[in-house]
Design a protein around this ligand. Structure first.
Ligand SMILES: [Zn+2]
Length: 321
């Protein structure tokens, strides 16, 4: 089954257009009426005791089924303390534009968003490429130049470090900037492709390429046009990549979304798999998102700060102010 990216009026990335989940959501209830900066809970969880129970239960359920795996640390989540990365063995980080924003990678939506300035219908869809591949390449070389000036941030490095211990850590990203790989993450599923890879539009062969600008625009083998191997508006996601992401998310014990509002299908459905698989679900985002109801814990703040606290096992992560 192929999964086509829907095209609409609100864009969040090359493939981040429209088809937002229409999700009615009750207003988030402050815990005990207290204001808790940086932390919000799902609307289904209104009392701190219930939340802690939920987190602890999820952590306990997260113990590996196979005795051959390293035994997890006991769930040490106490009253009003937060989850700790090291308490989990199969972790999926699901990242979006907010992950790279602190590296300076231009975001897509909002003021200064790239699609405010550039019409994707002229620069980021197959029709545009068919009409004028040189113009589309000019735009993508501009994007390469912007991204090449950016370096992985602390959040990228924390995720990479998490993958260097015994836990299985997978990054499922909507970003095309390649910063997860640059920071040392090894197990990465790029749902929307990679700006630093090209694909022959005629014969389909792929090639890694870090030139900025990319000047060779014709395939050596067949003479067809190279195009960026990214998912443009109206393109299909790679079915095998999406399938792998769903499998890993269904079987993880901790699912952390970072900087994505996940409003675009099919990426928007991925948190549902984590919920079905009983993973503890943590949303890191400065703002509430249409998917917030799908998460157990909401960490409201910049990605680097919240990932740092999650990695450090900050005992005050969920403290009331
Ligand atoms: Zn070719």
């Amino acid at each position: 089954m192929l999964h086509r990216v829907h095209v609409g009026s609100t864009s969040g990335g090359d493939s981040c257009a429209g088809h937002s989940r229409a999700r009615s959501r009750a207003a988030t209830s402050p815990i005990g009426g207290a204001t808790i900066p940086g932390v919000r809970y799902g609307s289904s969880q209104r009392a701190p005791a219930k939340i802690v129970t939920s987190i602890a239960a999820a952590a306990i359920m997260a113990r590996p089924a196979s005795p051959s795996r390293a035994a997890p640390r006991p769930a040490t989540i106490g009253a009003m303390s937060g989850p700790h990365l090291r308490d989990f063995n199969r972790i999926v980080f699901f990242t979006g534009a907010g992950m790279s924003a602190e590296s300076g990678v231009p975001t897509y939506r909002g003021a200064g968003g790239i699609w405010k300035e550039y019409d994707y219908r002229r620069y980021a869809c197959q029709d545009a490429f068919n009409r004028d591949p040189a113009a589309v390449w000019e735009f993508h070389n501009y994007r390469r130049r912007l991204v090449a000036a950016c370096a992985p941030n602390l959040g990228h490095r924390i995720i990479a470090r998490a993958g260097q211990r015994e836990a299985r850590v997978t990054v499922v990203t909507q970003n095309i900037d390649g910063l997860h790989a640059l920071s040392g993450s090894r197990d990465i599923l790029e749902l929307h492709g990679n700006l630093w890879r090209v694909r022959c539009d005629t014969c389909g062969v792929k090639q890694q390429d870090s030139h900025e600008p990319r000047e060779q625009l014709r395939c050596d083998g067949c003479g067809g046009w190279w195009r960026p191997d990214i998912v443009w508006f109206g393109d299909f996601l790679d079915d095998a990549t999406l399938h792998s992401a769903k499998q890993l998310i269904s079987s993880c014990d901790l699912f952390v979304s970072v900087g994505t509002s996940a409003v675009v299908y099919p990426a928007a459905q991925l948190p549902e798999y984590a919920r079905a698989g009983k993973a503890l679900r943590v949303e890191i985002n400065p703002d509430e998102t249409p998917a917030s109801d799908l998460y157990d814990v909401h960490l409201r703040g910049p990605a680097t700060e919240m990932l740092t606290r999650l990695a450090d096992g900050d005992p005050h992560l969920l403290d009331p102010a």
